[in-house]
Structures are given as C-alpha cells and as structure tokens.
Design a protein around this ligand. Structure first.
Ligand code: BTN
Length: 260
C-alpha cells in the first residue's frame, strides 16, 4: 500500500501508516485483505472509516455504524511490544481495558465497565465493541477492530436500541470528538501493550475493578458447551472464572448472557 503522510494529531501516536476512507464495508475486512502486503515500517497501520456498511462483531453480532461513530482497525505485529503468541488471548482482553481507560480519561466520573472478553459499557449500556482477528496470510500479525459510539446520537433510535447502547454525545455534558477519542485510545493501547510484558498485574487488577460481570449470574456458551453460574471475575490468564454447580470453571471463549 502506498504510504500516506500522517496528520499532526497522529504523529505523536504509535501509528506509522494509515488510510482514511469515507466508507468501507468493514475496516476489519479491509485490514485483513491488505495486512500481509503492508511494510513492517508502516506498522501499526490504522484503517479508519467515517462509515461502515457491513461492520462485523464477535459471533453473529453486527456493528451498525452511523455517521459520527468511531470505527477503525489496527494492523499490528504484537512482537513490536515483545508480546509472544502465548500472550495473544491476554492482549485481546487488554484492548478492552485500554479503551475503558481512555474513556475514563475523556469521561471522568462516569461508570465505565468491562464485559468479558472486551465489551465496554458506559452507565450500564454498551458504548464500544472490539473484534480481534488473526491472519492466516500473516500469522505474526493481528487485526484489532474497535467501534466506539462517539458522535452518533441514539436519541431518535428505537427503545430496543437505546436500552442496550449508548453514545458519548448523548451521555456527556462535554463530549469529545472522534479524533480526540481515537488519539486517547491509541495512546492507551501503546501504554497497556507495554505493561502486558513488564507489569501485567496492573492491567489485570484494573480490569477486575471494572468487571461488569463479577457477582452476577451468567451463562457463557461456545460451540461445545454452555456453562451457567456466578461470575467470580477475571483470571491472570485472561479467562473468566465461573462458580458452577460442578465447581469453579475457567472459560476461554464464548458469548456471555446475564440472567435477568
Ligand atoms: C462486538 O461487539 O461484537 C464487536 C464489534 C466490533 C466492531 C468494530 S467497528 C471497526 C471494526 N470493523 C468491523 O467490521 N468490526 C470492528
């Protein structure tokens, strides 16, 4: 991909290459398609879209992104932060922690929480979703897709949507803009990826303090099984510990449902 010059506000971030499109189907799809051809010197590479027409989420989730939403993907080589493949599951969970921390800076005093593995909640409703994907064409690289409701208001959305989702523009008296939010997230990602190898306890403890699920009765299902029980919180290896009838069980993947 031909390098485009970085704008001033990106120069001080960890990003070394970027592409900004008015519209893409999905920034993750675009990043996956091009990831193997991007020069290492351009990594982390940012793919930013003003609008996505077919944004994807984990499992069967979709990610609708109206104008004003922040939707982007980063192509990274985790080894740049000395993060080996054994730490990739923790990296995925750490991305949620980094987004939560960035939102805490931008929205001090608000209730910001994490729903395992990496959804971010603001005042009880989802404000950000994250999709981390591996690349068969470039096995040492990852695509980190992040969607944050920033300037897209849900004020005219149906109650079914406003009951689940929230946007910074509706929740905060002085909401940040998309680029301000992006810059804060990039700063925090870089800092937290460094902590992942130097002081991971800090990340785990911070995550535990913000866990939305601890103490709640939840079900967690993947292709093989569904487990139900009380969530005991995040383990050091980034799994979620559930107190089931058969005893404590660690979950490494799955979709979480909270019992009403
Ligand atoms: C989820 O909540 O299940 C994850 C949603 C992830 C959405 C982001 S938006 C930018 C990137 N491109 C995509 O197609 N998906 C991610």
């Amino acid at each position: 991909m031909i390098p485009s010059p970085l704008p001033k506000w990106l120069e001080s971030s960890c990003v070394r290459g970027w592409r900004h499109e008015a519209e893409l189907n999905s920034t993750n799809d675009f990043a996956i398609q091009h990831a193997a051809t991007i020069d290492t010197a351009q990594l982390p590479y940012l793919v930013l879209a003003d609008q996505q027409t077919a944004g994807r989420g984990r499992g069967a989730n979709r990610w609708w992104s109206a104008e004003g939403a922040l939707t982007f993907s980063l192509i990274i080589e985790p080894e740049q932060w000395r993060i080996g493949t054994h730490l990739w599951p923790r990296l995925s969970v750490a991305v949620g922690g980094a987004v939560a921390e960035a939102l805490r800076e931008l929205a001090p005093g608000e209730d910001i929480r994490l729903k395992w593995p990496n959804d971010v909640y603001l005042n009880g409703r989802k404000v950000s979703g994250i999709l981390v994907e591996t690349l068969p064409s470039a096995p040492n690289r990852l695509v980190i897709g992040i969607g944050i409701n920033v300037e897209n208001s849900f004020q005219d959305a149906p109650a079914e949507v406003t009951g689940r989702a929230i946007s910074l523009v509706d929740a905060l008296p002085e909401p940040p803009g998309r680029f301000e939010t992006l810059a804060a997230v990039l700063r925090r990602l870089d800092a937290d990826f460094q902590l992942l190898t130097t002081n991971p306890k800090v990340l785990t403890n911070r995550w535990r303090q913000r866990c939305f699920l601890t103490g709640k009765f939840i079900s967690i299902g993947d292709v093989e099984r569904t487990l139900s029980g009380t969530c005991l919180g995040l383990e050091d290896d980034a799994s979620l510990l559930i107190q089931t009838e058969a005893g404590p069980q660690r979950c490494y993947a799955g979709v979480v449902t909270i019992a009403e």
